[in-house]
Unconditional design. Structure first.
Length: 252
């Protein structure tokens, strides 16, 4: 097993969880995402601009861009990603305990215990939200500014968030997705209540946000801007996976 691959998967899931702060109901979202070039764990990621489309229903969410399609089944607790460049499909349980037990089986007992201890510490994080007395119009939405700080053992995520109450949403669906995913992370069960209370301070849908993420000493800057938001019936085949892709192990 490659530890770096496992850690990258965890970082990815955290980012997906943060995206769910916009997951409120049977809706469609189109977002523009920019990420600066970054080098993390010896791997250099070039700067990129992506258009992200998402469909959210009562039990599933799909996040799509030109590179991949990720399906989150909140009832079955499975996350599946289709990589369009490699023509591969990877499925993983959201339960991190099962993932770790399966993937560290080839480690020595001492190394296994140390890795589990590190993972438990890494997945514990605190969230702080501060509402600012600043308002402006972004696109067609009237927005208010918030500062969000997420502190983790592996680093911090500092975000400037502009949210609008012009869009009416179903907050119960947001809670279902957020709690459902956070609950699967080791060491998170005792922190869910306080995290949810803090994130509820952000009133409305995120229209624009910019983040400075510092992971293991490396800084990564990114931004996400909402382009379109609507309530609609999801296309019939939107949760289907591409045909002809190869199913692979997540850590091979």
């Amino acid at each position: 097993m490659k530890k770096k691959t496992f850690l990258m998967w965890i970082v990815t899931l955290i980012f997906l969880t943060l995206m769910f702060q916009n997951a409120y109901g049977a809706i469609y979202m189109k977002q523009k995402q920019h990420t600066d070039a970054v080098k993390i764990m010896g791997t250099t990621q070039p700067a990129q601009n992506l258009i992200i489309e998402s469909w959210i229903t009562s039990n599933k969410m799909v996040v799509m861009n030109k590179k991949q399609k990720t399906i989150i089944d909140i009832d079955k607790k499975i996350i599946t990603t289709a990589n369009h460049e490699k023509k591969t499909i990877v499925s993983m349980p959201m339960d991190f305990s099962k993932n770790m037990d399966k993937k560290i089986g080839d480690m020595a007992p001492e190394e296994k215990a140390e890795f589990k201890q590190v993972m438990d510490k890494m997945m514990q994080f605190k969230v702080k939200v501060e509402e600012k007395n600043e308002r402006k119009k972004i696109g067609k939405w009237n927005c208010r500014k918030y500062i969000q700080t997420i502190e983790m053992a592996m680093g911090t995520i500092n975000s400037e968030i502009w949210a609008t109450q012009d869009i009416k949403v179903d907050e119960k669906l947001y809670a279902k997705y957020s709690v459902g995913i956070l609950a699967q992370m080791p060491g998170m069960s005792q922190n869910i209540s306080s995290i949810m209370q803090e994130t509820k301070k952000i009133n409305g849908v995120h229209v624009y946000s910019k983040q400075n993420t510092i992971i293991m000493g490396q800084s990564m800057k990114s931004s996400v801007e909402l382009m379109e938001f609507k309530e609609d019936k999801a296309p019939i085949n939107i949760f289907d996976l591409p045909a002809g892709y190869k199913q692979i192990d997540a850590f091979q």
